[in-house]
Design a protein around this ligand. Sequence first.
Ligand SMILES: [Zn+2]
Length: 210
Amino acid sequence: MDHRPPAIFVGGAPGLDFLNSIATPLDTPVDWLDDGEGYLSWLEQAHLVPGEVLRDMRARALPGELDKLADQARSLREWFRGFVGQHKGRPLTAETLAELAPLNRVLERDETFSRIAVPPAGQWPFRLEVQRRWRNLDALLLPVAEAVAQFVCTEDFSHVKACEGPACTLLFADHTRGHARRWCSMAICGNRAKQAAHRRRFKAHQRMGS
Ligand SMILES: [Zn+2]
């Protein structure tokens, strides 16, 4: 059984949720990827890998292999954190391509193919689906690398922000209309900020009254 609380998905994009897989939801930091079991559980919660693939990989893994996989996932995560930290707040330019070479090297290992399938519900009888061959454990890095690459290719980095909560490390893509989002979530930091403002007003009020 996984001892960790449910993972946090407030980033507005799977690429940022990946960075948010280490956070301090209450007082204690939690790294959802700190071992192999944690990584599999996070992949399942993020809906990046089908549950039956994860169960199969878990059964096939030799001792220690899953933890090594989690090491690789954390390396990718911290590399991407550096990239986002450097570039958030303004649009990406083509000059950053060279910096993305490590990510392209991971993507090159991917084995995807298309196949004709029947959609779950809809008028058209068929659709073209992209599938992945799950040949080995390393393949479990690829959906994450793809999510990160999608993020780089589709997201306006002008609206990538860090939560303003003083001790919060969560990142998000601000998709609100006025781009005025300040908090990872109201439940985590928004309410804390409101309570702090309320306390400040209350104290000021008391001082004025005395
Ligand atoms: Zn926050």
